[in-house]
Design a protein around this ligand. Structure first.
Ligand code: PRP
Ligand code: MN
Ligand code: MG
Length: 179
């Protein structure tokens, strides 16, 4: 752990070089599957901002971006309800949607998002997450995560977009939060 983060990070789980290599690879793989389809990446703020910008830059085929906001966590606990904002003016009919998340933990956020888009007449809906946690805390009826950069154990992680009470999003690595 870099000295300046020793008080808040107990372990670096994924270093920045590994993130960069894997996200680039995933961007190439996704764009190969969406050749000619002009997919619409639905970026779920705030957590996904860093992943989405790196993934988008790694994509070789044309695509568009929309930004929405979903929030359920305070500190390290999900409150069990998901607030979603910013969907009002986006035309989804006939589009190939890819929901871009930073992490799927209980899966509550992803399933709520999926429900929102399911009735919108999209041509297809896929899900993409930078991290997928092992399934110990997964709720039922969570959609499959179609594209995942890394699978991680059940630990509270910060960095590369992920926060603890809005802090630490800018860390260039994924670290385990020191409680
Ligand atoms: C976090 C994370 C995911 C969601 C995953 O968002 O960014 O969106 O929780 O958890 P789940 O699978 O248990 O639903 P958060 O509510 O913290 O908002 P943020 O993205 O603004 O940090
Ligand atoms: Mn989020
Ligand atoms: Mg959060």
């Amino acid at each position: 752990v870099p000295a300046e983060w020793e008080n808040s990070v107990s372990e670096v789980l994924i270093g920045s070089a590994d993130i960069s290599r894997r996200v680039t690879e995933l961007g190439h793989a996704i764009s190969a599957k969406y050749e000619g389809l002009n997919p619409l990446l639905i970026v779920v703020l705030k957590g996904s901002y860093m992943f989405a910008s790196d993934l988008s830059r790694a994509m070789k085929t044309p695509h568009e971006l929309e930004f929405i906001r979903a929030k359920s966590y305070n500190g390290t606990e999900s409150c069990g309800r998901v607030r979603i904002d910013g969907l009002e003016n986006t035309k989804l009919k006939g589009r190939h949607l890819i929901i871009i998340e930073d992490i799927v933990d209980t899966g509550l956020t992803l399933s709520r998002l999926y429900e929102h888009f399911a009735d919108a007449g999209a041509a297809s809906i896929k899900t993409c997450s930078f991290l997928e946690k092992e399934t110990v805390r997964r709720k039922s009826n969570v959609p499959n995560v179609d594209f995942v950069a890394f699978h991680i154990p059940d630990k509270f992680v910060i960095g590369y977009g992920l926060d603890y009470d809005q802090q630490y999003r800018h860390l260039p690595f994924v670290g385990v939060y020191k409680q």
